[in-house]
Design a protein around this ligand. Structure first.
Ligand code: FA5
Length: 377
């Protein structure tokens, strides 16, 4: 039997005494329990479970013990540290759960509260309608052409074969940009007008390009009309011009049919009635089958149609073969080329396509009118 180890004196290692280890553990547990926030718990953790905490320092003392005492001291300190870490993790979880519950309440959003956010607007249906019509032709290879709204009288009238005395030139119909009397006392000596239709873009397109020319021209136009349910002094037209070799009225009719079928359905059709425009010859008024009754209201008193007044057709606008005089004025050889053109009002189309009864609703800027059309892009 070996003799007792004289160098082993447990009394000398104060920190490792069982009662001291227990006290350190209890102080740590009490500090964790007292921590009422995650910040306070972090401080308690540093003090009681950090690298310089009493238990860690005691742990370091174990190395100085004689081998036979190390196991017992190590077990005691290890158990105490285990209890401390367990209590720390439990308190941490508790405080985090409390914080999460508090955040959920404090940061919750009452979606039923009335709000004062500015409601989203909507594009004006005239814009979307114009784009939709133009898209029909762009998909056929037509190019979009534009011209100025403040236009030279020459483009608006002269190039389009309006005679110098044509009534449309009069101040009762046309806004002249400057109003001094012209030579001989005629109105509109300035030679500059607010364009009265999109047809001047025909002349501009022909002067800018070599045939073949296929253009679609949407835009705003001005006339001295009073604002009422079916007229506005500022309105929108869309114009189509095709100039190529061998174009005929049949091409015009086919193009019109394709347009109304794209916009209103595959069973739609158009009809032409003789008319006069100085810049087309022959000229016609173009009608489309009433998109509401499809012509079924005609002679049928049991099925009256308000949209077409039971006539079965709706007037769309004007059209015709480009007058050779216009081609000549724009430097195009009428012996070689022919063309067709048509133009119609977007406001009127919006009226019958969406049952808008009063054109004034389109110009007042009230979102209650535009919103139901939705946000089309
Ligand atoms: C013209 O303006 C011709 N430039 C159309 C044309 C183009 C004919 C190419 C031949 C070849 P008109 O004056 O009829 O034609 O007007 C065309 C359309 O504009 C009318 O059918 C109507 O829908 C619309 N419109 C005319 N005046 C007004 C107005 N004051 N308010 C709203 N829309 C109007």
């Amino acid at each position: 039997m070996s003799a007792p180890n004289k160098s082993y004196d447990p009394v000398e290692v104060e920190a490792l005494k069982p009662e001291n280890i227990e006290r350190m553990r209890d102080e740590a547990l009490a500090a964790f329990a007292a921590a009422d926030s995650l910040e306070a718990l972090q401080e308690a953790k540093t003090a009681h479970a950090g690298g310089t905490s009493p238990l860690s320092l005691a742990n370091r003392e174990i190395g100085a013990l004689p081998p036979q005492a190390k196991a017992e001291a190590g077990k005691r300190v290890g158990q105490a540290r285990g209890a401390v870490n367990k209590a720390l993790a439990a308190r941490q979880a508790e405080l985090e759960a409390e914080r999460d519950a508090r955040v959920l309440v404090e940061e919750s959003v009452d979606v039923t509260l009335p709000h004062d956010r500015v409601p989203a607007g909507a594009r004006h249906p005239l814009t979307t309608m114009m784009e939709r019509v133009a898209d029909v032709f762009v998909s056929m290879g037509y190019e979009i052409a534009e011209g100025p709204e403040v236009e030279a009288e020459w483009f608006n009238f002269d190039a389009l074969n309006f005679g110098p005395d044509h009534p449309a030139r009069q101040m009762q119909d046309t806004f002249f940009v400057e109003g001094p009397k012209g030579p001989g006392g005629t109105d509109g000596g300035s030679g500059v007008v607010l364009r009265t239709h999109t047809s001047p873009v025909q002349a501009r397109a022909l002067l800018d390009r070599e045939p073949p020319v296929y253009v679609v021209c949407p835009g705003r136009v001005y006339r001295t009309d009073e604002l009422d349910a079916t007229h506005t002094p500022v309105f929108h037209q869309i114009e189509l011009l095709a100039v190529d070799e061998g174009l005929t009225m049949a091409d015009l009719k086919g193009t019109l049919d394709h347009m109304v079928q794209s916009l209103f359905g595959a069973d739609m059709k158009t009809r032409l009635r003789p008319n006069f425009f100085p810049f087309t010859e022959p000229s016609a008024e173009m009608d489309m089958l009433c998109y509401v009754c499809r012509g079924e209201s005609v002679g049928n008193p049991d099925r009256p149609c308000r949209t077409c007044s039971s006539e079965g057709w709706i007037e769309l606008g004007g059209c015709g073969m480009v007058n050779p005089r216009v081609l000549t004025a724009c430097g195009v050889d009428p012996e070689k080329y022919s063309g067709f053109a048509f133009g119609f009002g977007i406001e009127r189309m919006l009226m019958f396509r969406h049952n808008v009864e009063d054109m004034r609703d389109m110009v007042e800027g009230d979102v209650r009118f535009t919103r139901p059309f939705g946000m089309e892009i």
